[in-house]
Design a protein around this ligand. Structure first.
Ligand code: NAD
Length: 485
C-alpha cells in the first residue's frame, strides 16, 4: 500500500523507499509549498525503526554492489543519468512547488546537473587506475575498497542537485546509500527513488528515508552498521553529527554554511561586479556559496552602489513559475521569521538598513532584497549566515584591508573577487581563506575540483577523486619483489 500525491501534475510517493519498495510510516509530517505557504503533502515520518530497516537493506545489498566493480556500477549510473535527463520537466515542476527555486533555472540547469553528477562519477570511478610503485624491495599498490553503507543527509536548498552530488560518488565508489532529504523539501528525492527503481538498481543499493532531522537523521547517524556519513547543512547540525560519528568512529564530511565576501577592486569591470552582486538575491539568497558581504574599494563605492541599486530595482519578486520573477519566496515561515530576526536585530543595534528590510506584499513568504551597512565588522549581520536576501556593504582602502575583511568571519566556504589585474587575481586568490575563490567569475564549477569549506564552513572535501576516496577504504598492498608465482 503506497501513499501518493499529485504535485504540479506529477504523481509523487510520500513514503520511504527501502530495499527497493515503498514503505509507509504510522505518522507523517506536513510539507508546505513556499509559493503560497499551503500544505502540499503529508509525508511519511520515519524514526529509529525506519532508519534501522533502511541501513539493514543497505548493508545486505552492499557485498554484491561492491563486487560489481566500477564498470558494472557505471552502467547503472549512466542509465539513471539518462532517466534524470528524460524527466527534467517533472523533477523541475515538483521541486519548484516544493522549494520555490525559479522554474526556468531548474529546467535549464539545476536538474540537469543531477544527471551530470551521476555521469561524471560513473566515468571517473571506472577510469581510476590503482597507484603502483616500487620501494624497499616491494611493489606497493593502493587499492580503493568500497566502505559500506553510507548515510547521506541533505539540506532543503537545491535538494535534488545536492542529493545527487553526494549520492553519485558514494554509489560509484561501491557504497550503498541511505539518503535523508530535508523535511522542508523532500519531494524531488522521492522522485529520484522512482528513477533509481526504473534504472534497475538492485534493491537496497539506494534507499530514501523521510523525516525530521533530530528523529530519523539522528537515528541514521548513530546506527552501528553505517560506514560513512556525508552531510550538507548548517554548522549547528554538523556538531551533532560529528558527535554521533565519533561514537561509532565513522568518517564524516560536512559541507556547511557560508558568509562569503564579494570583493570589488577599483580596477575591475564595475558593471560586471554590480551585476554579480545584485544576483546574490537569486534564490532569495538561500545559497551557501553566495557572496553576501559586499566589500568595495572606497574610491569606486559610490559608482558601484549606483549601478547595484539600479540592477536591484529591476528585480521582480514573485512566483518562481513566472518568467518575469527574479527573486523567489523563502522556504518556510520559520525561515522567514529567522531572516526577519537578523534584520530587526541589526536595526536595533544601529546598523543602517539601506534598502529592503521588510516583507513584500507580493506573496506570503517574500522578503525584499535588503542591504545593510553595519556599524562595525563585529556586527551579527556581518558575522553570521542569514541565508536570505540580505547583503551587507562595507568599504576598504587597500588590498591588505580587503583580504583582512574577507577573512574576518569564522566561515570560509567561498569568495568572489572582481579585479582587472592578473597579478592581483593571483595574489588575492591565494591569500583569501576559502575553499573556493572565484575571480571575475561566479558559480562555475569543474566537478573534478575539490569542493568544501574552511573553518565552520566544513570538514573534508567533495568533488572528483576527493569524494571517491572518502567513500573508500584505501588499502596499501606491499608484495616483496622476490615473491614467486
Ligand atoms: P540543517 O542543518 O538544519 O539541516 C540539514 C539536514 O540535516 C536536514 O536534512 C535535517 O533534517 C538534518 N538534521 C537536522 N538535525 C539533525 C540531527 N540531529 N541529526 C541528523 N540530521 C539532522 O540545514 P538546512 O537549514 O536544511 O540548510 C541550510 C544550511 O545548509 C545553511 O547553513 C547552508 O549554508 C548549508 N548548505 C551548505 C552547502 C555546502 O555545499 N556547503 C550547500 C547547501 C546548503
Amino acid at each position: 500500500m503506497t501513499d501518493r500525491v499529485e504535485v504540479a501534475g506529477v504523481d509523487v510517493s510520500v513514503d520511504h523507499f527501502i530495499g527497493g519498495e515503498r514503505v509507509a510510516s504510522a505518522v507523517a509530517f506536513t510539507d508546505i509549498s513556499p509559493i503560497d505557504a499551503e500544505p502540499v503533502a503529508e509525508v511519511a515520518r520515519g524514526g529509529a525503526a525506519e532508519a534501522d530497516l533502511a541501513v539493514s537493506a543497505a548493508r545486505d545489498a552492499f557485498p554484491a554492489w561492491a563486487a560489481l566493480g566500477p564498470r558494472g556500477r557505471a552502467e547503472h549510473l549512466h542509465r539513471l543519468a539518462d532517466l534524470v535527463d528524460a524527466n527534467v520537466d517533472r523533477l523541475a515542476a515538483v521541486e519548484c512547488v516544493d522549494m520555490a527555486m525559479l522554474l526556468r533555472s531548474l529546467r535549464a540547469r539545476v536538474i540537469a546537473r543531477g544527471a551530470r553528477n551521476f555521469r561524471s562519477y560513473a566515468d571517473l570511478a571506472a577510469a581510476h587506475e590503482e597507484r603502483v610503485w616500487s620501494s624497499g624491495g616491494t611493489a606497493n599498490r593502493v587499492i580503493r575498497m568500497p566502505s559500506g553503507p553510507a548515510v547521506v543527509i541533505t539540506p532543503w536548498n537545491a535538494p535534488f542537485m545536492l542529493s545527487t552530488w553526494k549520492t553519485a560518488p558514494a554509489l560509484a565508489a561501491g557504497c550503498t546509500v541511505v539518503l535523508k532529504p530535508a523535511e522542508w523539501s523532500p519531494l524531488s528525492c522521492s522522485l529520484l527513488a522512482d528513477l533509481v527503481d526504473e534504472a534497475g538498481f538492485p534493491p537496497g543499493v539506494f534507499n530514501v528515508v523521510q523525516g525530521i532531522g533530530e528523529e530519523v537523521g539522528a537515528a541514521l547517524t548513530a546506527h552501528p552498521d553505517v560506514r560513512r556519513i556525508s552531510f550538507t547543512g548548517s554548522p549547528e547540525t554538523a556538531r551533532h553529527i560529528g558527535i554521533a560519528a565519533a561514537r561509532t568512529i565513522v568518517p564524516f564530511t560536512g559541507e556547511l554554511g557560508g558568509k562569503g565576501p564579494l570583493l570589488v577592486f577599483a580596477d575591475c569591470d564595475l558593471e560586471a561586479a554590480a551585476r554579480t552582486a545584485a544576483g546574490q538575491y537569486d534564490d532569495a539568497g538561500q545559497v551557501c556559496l553566495a557572496g553576501t558581504r559586499l566589500l568595495v574599494e572606497e574610491r569606486v563605492a559610490e559608482r558601484f552602489l549606483e549601478l547595484f541599486h539600479r540592477l536591484v530595482d529591476a528585480h521582480v519578486l514573485g512566483d518562481p513559475r513566472d518568467d518575469a520573477t527574479t527573486v523567489t519566496p523563502l522556504i518556510h515561515p520559520d525561515h522567514l521569521a529567522r531572516v526577519e530576526g537578523f534584520v530587526e536585530r541589526a536595526r536595533a543595534a544601529g546598523d543602517e538598513i539601506v534598502r529592503g528590510g521588510r516583507r513584500s506584499d507580493a506573496g506570503p513568504l517574500l522578503y525584499e532584497p535588503t542591504l545593510v551597512v553595519p556599524c562595525s565588522n563585529d556586527a551579527e549581520i556581518v558575522q553570521r549566515e542569514v541565508f536570505g536576501p540580505v547583503l551587507t556593504f562595507q568599504t576598504f582602502t587597500d588590498e591588505e584591508e580587503a583580504v583582512a575583511l574577507a577573512d574576518s568571519t569564522a566561515y570560509g566556504l567561498s569568495a568572489v573577487v572582481f579585479t582587472g589585474s592578473a597579478e592581483r587575481a593571483q595574489r588575492v586568490g591565494r591569500a583569501v581563506r576559502a575553499g573556493t575563490v572565484w575571480v571575475n567569475a561566479y558559480l562555475v564549477r569543474d566537478l573534478t575540483a575539490p569542493f568544501g569549506g574552511i573553518g565552520i564552513s566544513g570538514i573534508g572535501r567533495e568533488g572528483g577523486d576527493y569524494a571517491l576516496d572518502f567513500y573508500s577504504d584505501l588499502k596499501t598492498v606491499q608484495i616483496a619483489d622476490d615473491t614467486t608465482a
